[in-house]
Design a protein around this ligand. Structure first.
Ligand SMILES: *[C@@H]1O[C@H](CO)[C@@H](O)[C@H](O)[C@H]1NC(C)=O
Ligand SMILES: *[C@@H]1O[C@H](CO)[C@@H](O)[C@H](O)[C@H]1NC(C)=O
Length: 180
């Protein structure tokens, strides 16, 4: 009897210890920038490549059609994950397409056979990482966090607070619900 009570107490203690550690575990993995050589493949459904530190914005693939995926940035904390930016002129990529930050700093979208669909027009040189920033800006940055390329410089259909429309630039409204 005594032994059983002891065991029970021991497990209760272990459980409390486990619960106490949980918040630290989730804080530890809450935010990571994208390092060189990372990639993400379009699979069934919507899938996230990176989330901003606050969790407000995410970048990844949204499935728009059966075999059509949009490399995009969306509001990540509302039920309708509204897209605020998209790559490749809003053109969809087939399932199995891959977005990549190459080891030499290029930000690319390739189809499943490895053919280039789109690339951000940055030279790659000096790029040390990519980041989904809390403002909704997706950036390629240098070691000293200088932005070498940013989605804010390539608006699609949405302007976010803090985003500047430089000359010349255009905003293009979405044509249909499934046609960006
Ligand atoms: C992806 O997200 C959009 C926007 O929230 C949603 O309309 C759509 O149903 C989602 N697609 C899947 C396959 O979950
Ligand atoms: C992530 O990247 C941003 C933009 O370059 C930078 O300001 C931030 O310090 C980086 N965070 C980490 C954890 O490396």
């Amino acid at each position: 009897m005594h032994a059983m009570m002891f065991l029970e107490q021991k497990y209760n203690l272990m459980f409390c210890f486990f619960l106490a550690l949980l918040p630290f575990a989730s804080v530890g993995q809450s935010h990571k920038n994208i390092s060189l050589g990372s990639s993400h493949t379009a699979q069934a459904g919507n899938s996230t490549w990176a989330v901003s530190p606050s969790g407000n914005f995410a970048v990844g693939f949204q499935q728009i059609e059966e075999n059509g995926f949009l490399l995009s940035i969306w509001f990540n904390q509302i039920p309708e994950r509204t897209i605020v930016w998209s790559a490749n002129g809003g053109n969809l990529a087939p399932k199995g397409s891959k977005v990549e930050l190459t080891s030499d700093g290029f930000f690319l979208l390739n189809d499943p056979t490895g053919n280039r669909i789109w690339s951000a027009g940055s030279s790659g040189s000096g790029t040390s990482h990519a980041a989904m920033v809390d403002t909704g800006n997706f950036v390629l940055a240098s070691q000293s966090t200088e932005y070498l390329w940013q989605s804010f410089d390539h608006p699609t259909d949405t302007i976010l607070p803090g985003q500047v429309l430089n000359q010349p630039s255009t905003l293009v409204s979405r044509y249909l619900e499934t046609n960006y």
